[in-house]
Design a binder for this molecule. Structure first.
Ligand code: NAD
Ligand code: G6P
Ligand code: MN
Ligand code: MN
Length: 431
């Protein structure tokens, strides 16, 4: 009997997941779905759990939804554990965005110092979750969504015995984006991805198996710009895109258009608020909708969040493992020589064949110098971020932040680090 535990079940994204499991019930007959949250998240859990129960009832599928604050009960004998929690919740995210902005550094929840802070809060919790999995469900697969997704997945693979795959909706969003541009069914589009989570490049794009990269680069260069709901859609410079010759992910704007993005962030912070502040309001509106006892589907308003296609990525991955499908997904997986320019034991984001034994990445070899440098720098930052987060080591943390391409100097890195540690005091037991 298939049992799935969702840690952070009170998330407003949960109806996405429920919809995904309902759609796939015939091939993935989930019997018990445990939504787990913490005391502070109890109210959200009850509201979203109520909607989840109405959704499965309306669909007429036999999924039993359980709501609990007891993580161990949820994990015990689970086949899959999905992690989508946010340590410190939305207020911590808002602080993550605001601290760097004080020093004229990009303030983003996963990229740059904001992502570093989120990682430091999350690492102790994910290690605890993994202890429960090792003890109570040693054969379970951990499907991690918790951001920074690549960093958290790498932490699990380096420091625990849990089988883990990391996920993000950016790659699938890029496939859908290309399909939309070409006005074709997304099933006809295939992209080779290489890089890291939120730093992934589409190196080749195919339509019905034919390489159309060059043609498409021309239309990106002609001004088309795809983004996600959470990232300002600043246009790419046509010459830059032509010279890159690849499809950058939306998060690349923070690296390649840093000055303009920073300006935009400061303007937003002074008017509508940071993205976290916008999301806080959006989330309140969503939960008001979820409370409606007549609502029994995922409401379209959820599309205002950045997590579009999130459940397609998660539920179809789970189905591929469960059904030993041997099809291809874009996942966060141990490098193992796939990208020859990175260490074996780090996590990369790339295409992988999925079967009952997990994700088998498709070989890439060396990547061109124009993307290699940034990728290696950010990976070194990530490795140090993980080491700092596990040990609670100030000096390692200082090196991590200083190394990050968006942080201009050791002086600024130290100021940001001190603010992060001070403002996250209650969430950093390791420091
Ligand atoms: P959220 O603030 O709604 O948090 C989700 C739930 O986690 C909350 O109900 C909260 O109470 C709970 N929580 C906090 N600490 C917990 C703990 N220790 N144990 C169990 N539950 C805990 O956040 P959200 O916007 O729904 O996002 C959830 C997570 O998913 C974040 O980490 C976010 O970055 C990530 N996310 C990732 C992707 C991706 O592409 N990988 C897409 C969307 C969201
Ligand atoms: C995208 C990213 C996620 C991120 C989300 C934020 O989907 O892939 O990793 O968590 O956007 O969206 P939000 O609506 O919370 O700003
Ligand atoms: Mn993501
Ligand atoms: Mn730097």
């Amino acid at each position: 009997d298939l049992k799935i535990a969702v840690i952070g079940g009170g998330s407003s994204y949960t109806p996405e997941l429920i919809e995904g499991f309902i759609k796939r019930y015939n091939e993935l007959p989930v019997k018990d779905l445990y939504l787990v949250d913490i005391e502070e998240g109890k109210e959200k859990l009850e509201i979203v759990g109520g909607l989840a129960k109405r959704m499965v009832e309306k669909a007429g599928v036999g999924i039993n939804i359980h709501l609990t604050l007891d993580r161990r009960e949820a994990i015990k004998d689970a086949d899959f554990v999905v992690t989508q929690f946010r340590v410190g919740r939305i207020d911590a995210r808002i602080r993550d965005e605001k601290i760097p902005l004080k020093y004229d550094v990009i303030g983003q929840e996963t990229t740059g110092p904001g992502g570093f802070a989120k990682a430091q809060r999350t690492i102790p919790v994910i290690l605890d979750v993994c202890k429960d999995i090792e003890e109570l469900a040693p054969n379970a697969w951990l499907i991690n969504f918790t951001n920074p997704s690549g960093v958290i997945t790498e932490t699990v693979l380096k420091h625990t015995n849990v089988k883990a795959i990391g996920l993000c909706n950016v790659p699938i969003g890029m496939v859908y984006g290309v399909a939309e541009m070409l006005e074709v069914n997304p099933k006809r589009v295939y992209i080779d991805f290489a890089g890291l989570n939120h730093l992934v490049w589409g190196t080749h794009i195919y339509l019905d198996g034919e390489d159309i990269t060059e043609k498409l680069i021309d239309s990106f260069a002609g001004g088309k710009s795809l983004s996600m709901k959470n990232i300002p859609e600043l246009p790419w410079d046509p010459d830059f895109i032509k010279s890159l010759g690849m499809y950058p992910c939306p998060y690349h704007r923070y690296y390649y258009l840093t000055d303009k993005m920073l300006e935009k962030q400061k303007e937003e912070a002074a008017t509508v608020g940071t993205r976290g502040e916008v999301v806080k309001k959006l989330e309140q509106e969503l939960f008001e909708l979820y409370k409606d006892p007549n609502l029994n589907i995922k409401p379209p308003q959820l599309e205002k969040r950045g997590g579009a296609h999130y459940s397609d990525a998660a539920c179809s991955l789970i189905s591929s493992i469960y059904n030993d499908k041997k099809d291809i997904h874009v996942v966060n997986v141990r490098n193992n020589g796939t990208i020859a320019d990175l260490p074996d034991d780090v996590v990369i984001e790339t295409n992988a064949i999925i079967d009952r034994n997990g994700a088998h990445p498709i070989n890439i070899g060396h990547v061109p110098a124009k993307i290699r440098g940034l990728m290696q720098a950010v990976k070194a930052y990530e490795e140090l971020t993980i080491e700092a987060g596990v040990k609670g080591d100030y000096y390692t943390a200082l090196q991590a932040l200083t190394l990050h391409p968006l942080v201009p100097s050791a002086t600024i890195a130290k100021k940001i680090l001190d603010d992060i540690i001070e403002q996250n005091n209650e969430f950093l037991p390791q420091y």
